[in-house]
Design a protein around this ligand. Structure first.
Ligand SMILES: NC(=O)c1ccc[n+]([C@@H]2O[C@H](COP(=O)([O-])OP(=O)(O)OC[C@H]3O[C@@H](n4cnc5c(N)ncnc54)[C@H](OP(=O)(O)O)[C@@H]3O)[C@@H](O)[C@H]2O)c1
Length: 245
């Protein structure tokens, strides 16, 4: 079976995704800025499933080297999951353009650049799966996180257009958009989030595996988020701009 490349592999979500893939016999390549932080994860995965697991260095901001990064892996992976992202700090982003730029580059420019390189290679091969972790934050701009949200919105739209392009080109390359609401990870550890709206990383991983094997290509992880966002999107601006959500 073909390998799975997981970008942003130090995150709790990526860890759950890697475990889910090795469980079904897929070998994994874990990519992170500091791959030495992944040593325990590699041992854990190999003990769990006796499949190949290795780590590689990867910086999503280093866009001029993304092509060389992919070519350096040897065989092009069958599946690439981009977990890379980061909310940043909205207040900092409002004050300093450099803060906002980092959020935009981490959540939009970098992932788009990497997936563009990967998509062209997969299109030539004719098969593959690209899975992007976007966010419900990209469904409508909110005061508390609109820099992050706008970058995720861009990523969501990119994935939609890429999916259509690859389908119309007659390839069998699947593009999956993951739109989680709240997920219990180290990044949200200090936040109080409603239980019903908060998924575990394993739920994200299970939803991804279902999407990979023929399920819907746009997934909200917890279905309730589809309803919540439909309501939020439908609110008139006159009401929405008064809400503190
Ligand atoms: N948690 C939630 O409630 C939630 C909800 C919706 C969407 N999401 C999205 O889900 C994904 C994972 O989120 P999380 O909560 O697990 O957050 P996280 O722990 O902050 O994960 C972010 C990952 O991105 C990596 N990363 C950041 N900048 C990078 C760069 N320049 N190059 C390579 N990797 C880089 C981080 O690596 P380092 O360890 O090197 O920093 C980390 O592995 C993100 O895309 C996030 O936007 C999360």
């Amino acid at each position: 079976m073909s390998s799975v490349l997981i970008l942003g592999a130090t995150s709790d979500m990526a860890r759950a995704i890697a475990r889910a893939y090795v469980k079904v016999g897929r070998s994994v390549i874990l990519a992170a800025r500091n791959p030495e932080r992944l040593e325990l994860d590699l041992v854990d995965l190999q003990v769990r499933a006796h499949v190949q697991a290795r780590s590689v260095g990867f910086d999503v901001l280093d866009i001029t080297h993304h092509g060389a990064f992919l070519d350096g892996l040897g065989e092009l992976p069958g599946t690439i999951v981009c977990v890379v992202g980061g909310m940043g700090d909205q207040a900092t982003s409002e004050r300093e353009v450099a803060g906002a730029e980092l959020v935009m580059r981490t959540n939009y420019v970098g992932p788009v650049a990497l997936f563009s390189e990967a998509a062209n290679r997969m299109a030539t091969r004719g098969t593959g799966t690209l899975i992007g972790i976007s966010s419900v934050a990209g469904e409508r701009g909110r005061a508390r996180n609109y820099i992050y949200g706008s970058a995720k919105a861009g990523f969501t739209v990119f994935l939609s257009g890429l999916r259509q392009r690859l389908a119309q080109a007659g390839t069998e390359v699947r593009v999956v958009t993951v739109l989680p609401g709240f997920v219990r990870t180290s990044a949200t550890a200090g936040m109080t989030t409603p239980g019903m709206l908060t998924a575990e990383p394993k739920e994200v991983a299970d939803a991804i595996l279902r999407a990979e094997s023929g399920g819907p290509e746009t997934i909200f992880v917890r279905p309730i988020w589809r309803v919540v966002m439909a309501v939020i999107r439908a609110l008139p601006e006159s009401i929405f701009k008064k809400l503190r959500i």
